[in-house]
Structures are given as C-alpha cells and as structure tokens.
Design a binder for this molecule. Structure first.
Ligand code: SF4
Length: 242
C-alpha cells in the first residue's frame, strides 16, 4: 500500500521505468489485457507514451457486453485497436456438443477444459514470437498472488513475464484512473472487482477476497454467500444488486 501521493509518485515513476525497459530490452513485447481497471492503467501508460508494446485481449466468446464495450471505448479515447484472439471454433463446437455450453459448472476438469480451449490455447498463440509479455496482476489481489514479482521467468511460455503493477494497491489503481480520467469497465461500479467470463464471474460483498468473484462454486467456503448446490449442481447464484 502506498500512503499519500508522494509514495504514489515514486511508485508510478518506477512503473514507467519498468515499461520503458520492456520497450527497449524486450522486442517484441505484448500486453495481455483483460479490460479490467488494472489493465486500463497499463493501457493508458502504454498508449499515452506511445510505447511499442502491442495490446491484446482474449475474446473467449463468453465476455460481458460491458467488457466488450471497453474495446470500442479504447478505440474512441486512444484511437487504438486492441488485437483480439479467439478460440478455435472447432474446439468450442466439440466441447459444447459433447458436454454442453456451461459444463464448466459440473466439475473442475470441465472448467479447466473450457479455460484451456477459450483462454490457454489462444493465449499461447497470442504470445508466440514475443520476448516478453505484460499483465495487470497485483500482489494484493489475493493470497495466491502474494509472491508475485514485477519480473519473472515464464517457463511455460519460454519468455519473461512482467507484472508492472505488482506493488500497486487497489487505491493506487483508482487514484491513477481518476487523476487521468482513464475509461474503465462499468462492471467495477456494480461490485465486480475482477473481470472474467460472464458465467464465471460475479460481484462480491465488501471485504471478500477479490478472487471470490471467480469460479466461486469450486470453493466450499463461499456457500453462505448465496451459492446453492444440489447434487453437485449449481442451481442458483445470488448476485449483489448494483
Ligand atoms: S472462465 Fe469460464 S467460460 Fe471462461 S473459459 Fe474459463 S470456464 Fe470457460
């Protein structure tokens, strides 16, 4: 957490330095944007400073209309076209025909297979040929990200991975967005801290771990927050009203 604007200025200067270093030492480099608040901070820093880092999103076919709307907003505000990487249509068709459109609610394996087809494989294609990739992940987002470094070796993709906002708090993100009038995903004003596929993302209660908004049915601890399971099937999802 940074306290006050002096610390924030130092944090921002260090983040700018990271992005400048990526631009000069890792060519080509790409930024994987999920079109959430953190991603908009990086988008603004990259596009305002005309850094040679390409920006792409994984268009899984299951995104919220609000998230898809951000692609148009970015074009209006910055004159930039986000590159979209989509899943292989044949793989999606085979999954849906064999298991059903929403089979990811049935088991962790079915969820992973859907993510593999709609996100993992397209990500691999999007990253191919790059020296480095950039994400908007922050350490404070959850305990599973407690070890997140600004720079790490991504063995799975065989390149360097940068998380320039690793040290940023949620307040830092919103301070940047408000001070620079950066456009942001309207889902954040409806209680969504984390942006993902529409059927796999929900609003959370104040104080809940931000990751509780994703694949919540896989976590038994969240049952009292409105998740109802009958014979292992999700029958009702209670969402916070806006
Ligand atoms: S987040 Fe959900 S809909 Fe999106 S790819 Fe993963 S399982 Fe499929």
């Amino acid at each position: 957490m940074s306290d006050g604007h002096h610390d924030f200025d130092a944090l921002l200067a260090s983040t700018r330095a990271t992005l400048t270093r990526i631009s000069s030492e890792f060519t080509p480099a790409v930024f994987a944007s999920s079109l959430a608040a953190e991603d908009m901070v990086l988008t603004d820093l990259i596009l305002r400073n005309k850094l040679p880092i390409g920006i792409f999103s994984l268009e899984t076919g299951r995104l919220h209309a609000e998230t898809l709307g951000m692609i148009e907003r970015i074009k209006q505000v910055y004159g930039y076209d986000i590159a979209l990487h989509r899943p292989e249509p044949a793989a999606v068709d085979a999954y849906v025909q064999q298991h059903g459109l929403n089979a990811f609610y049935d088991s962790v394996d079915m969820r992973k297979e859907c993510c593999r087809i709609r996100k993992v494989e397209p990500l691999k294609r999007a990253l191919a040929g790059n020296q480095a990739w950039v994400t908007g992940q922050r350490r404070a987002q959850s305990s599973t990200r407690a070890e997140l470094a600004i720079e790490e070796h991504d063995a799975a993709h065989g390149m360097t991975k940068f998380n320039p906002l690793a040290d940023w708090s949620e307040d830092d993100v919103w301070h940047y967005i408000r001070s620079n009038a950066v456009p942001y995903n309207p889902l954040h004003d409806k209680g969504y801290p984390s942006i993902g596929c529409e059927p796999c993302t929900r609003a959370i209660q104040p104080g809940e771990d931000v990751r509780a908004g994703r694949w919540w049915w896989e976590n038994p601890d969240t049952k009292e927050c409105g998740l109802h399971l009958v014979d292992g099937k999700l029958i009702r999802i209670k969402q916070m009203s806006a």
